[in-house]
Design a protein around this ligand. Structure first.
Ligand code: HEM
Length: 331
């Protein structure tokens, strides 16, 4: 096979290429080179939570949006440059992803104590775990040793990241492309146990679900009245609502809400409408420890996504290190 044909096939199978690799990430990666790395990140997340409780949800979301687009490589954190449209302005991220400055704060703290050692990609994964723990969710050991990407792709993010309108069938097939099961999908959606979303993400289901000119029939009528007040037709799309009834506590309330027709996003509620995912919603709604176990498994599997591309340890998470091209090619 010619090199150009190979490269073309590789770009066509972009998603598969990410999921196929099983990377050698491991828990004790920084125990010699930066033993207090995890503690340092934990302190920063703690402070962020004290400043603004929602910020930890926003930080946790970064893992999903980073790992699904060419692996967990902090490509998400790169600012646009004159030669590169980064992922921050991609469809799912613009005016929506937030709290990048919390990752910057962790990176600054780590650069003070062990410069050039801890990748931004690992900071995202540690911070996401800490966000869950500090919100009352489960603890797990994170695998570490990721490299930061040398580039980012707005186009890849646009092509991959799911819309809040997505239904369970399309989400199942998206997650399967990353070797994530139906159970992983439902458990990971349970991350919506914390945080908020904009009216922009739900107005279609309040007033014109699937082009019917009617609301989503899966919505509990009382909940719909509440959402109609929050998000009137023609109102401000940037107004936010809670993703579940206990948006600062990581618990199984999200699943209880879905069972009652009180899911905020269409992509949430459809997990209970669709028979392929409903049973998991039911189990997690009745058994929080089953949810926690499945969530941890899913986060670890998602954290294993790796593109296998060359990388570096960025000094600043928003920029690639500037180096002569010859050194870059040697990596
Ligand atoms: C299954 C497919 C998913 C879809 C369609 C989806 C979609 C969304 C949307 C539309 C929002 C609100 C955005 C806005 O209105 O600005 C949101 C928020 C959020 N998502 Fe997801 N999401 C999914 C999976 C995940 C996963 C796997 C995670 C993490 C493991 C995650 C974590 C979060 C968090 C924590 C928030 C709240 C963030 C905040 O308050 O700033 N989501 N998601």
């Amino acid at each position: 096979m010619s090199l150009s044909l190979f490269l073309l096939l590789l770009s066509l199978c972009n998603i598969a290429a990410v999921s196929a690799v099983s990377p050698p990430f491991r828990p004790v990666f920084y125990s010699d080179t930066c033993p207090s790395a995890e503690l340092t990140v934990r302190h920063v997340i703690n402070r962020a939570m004290a400043r603004e409780p929602r910020s930890v949800a926003s930080v946790m979301r970064l893992q999903f949006h980073d790992c699904f687009v060419n692996g967990c490589d902090a490509s998400l954190l790169l600012d646009d440059t004159p030669n590169m449209l980064g992922e921050k302005l991609a469809l799912s991220n613009i005016n929506s992803l937030r709290s990048y400055e919390v990752i910057d704060e962790a990176k600054d703290a780590l650069e003070q104590i062990c410069p050039g050692i801890v990748s931004c990609a690992d900071i995202i994964v540690m911070a996401a775990r800490d966000a869950v723990v500090l919100s009352g969710g489960p603890y797990w050991e994170v695998k570490l040793g990721r490299k930061d990407s040398l580039t980012a792709s707005q186009e890849d993010s646009d092509n991959i990241m799911p819309s809040p309108r997505a239904n369970a069938t399309s989400l199942i097939s998206l997650f399967q492309k990353f070797n994530l099961s139906i159970k992983d999908l439902v458990a990971l959606s349970g991350s919506h146990s914390i945080g908020k979303a904009r009216c922009f993400s739900i107005v279609f289901r309040l007033y014109n679900q699937s082009g019917t000119g009617r609301p989503d029939p899966a919505l509990d009528p009382k909940f719909r009245v509440k959402l109609d007040k929050l998000c009137p037709l023609g109102g401000d799309g940037n107004v936010t609502g809670d993703l579940d009834a206990t948006p600062e506590v990581f618990d199984n309330q999200y699943f209880k809400d879905l069972v009652r027709g009180r899911g905020f996003l269409n992509s949430d509620q459809d997990l209970f409408t669709d028979a392929k995912t409903r049973e998991y919603v039911r189990v997690f709604s009745g058994n929080q420890s089953e949810f926690f176990k499945a969530f941890v498994d899913g986060m670890i599997r998602m954290g294993d996504l790796d593109s296998g591309r060359p990388g570096e340890i960025r000094r600043n998470c928003r920029l690639v290190n500037s180096r002569p091209v010859e050194i870059l090619l040697e990596d």
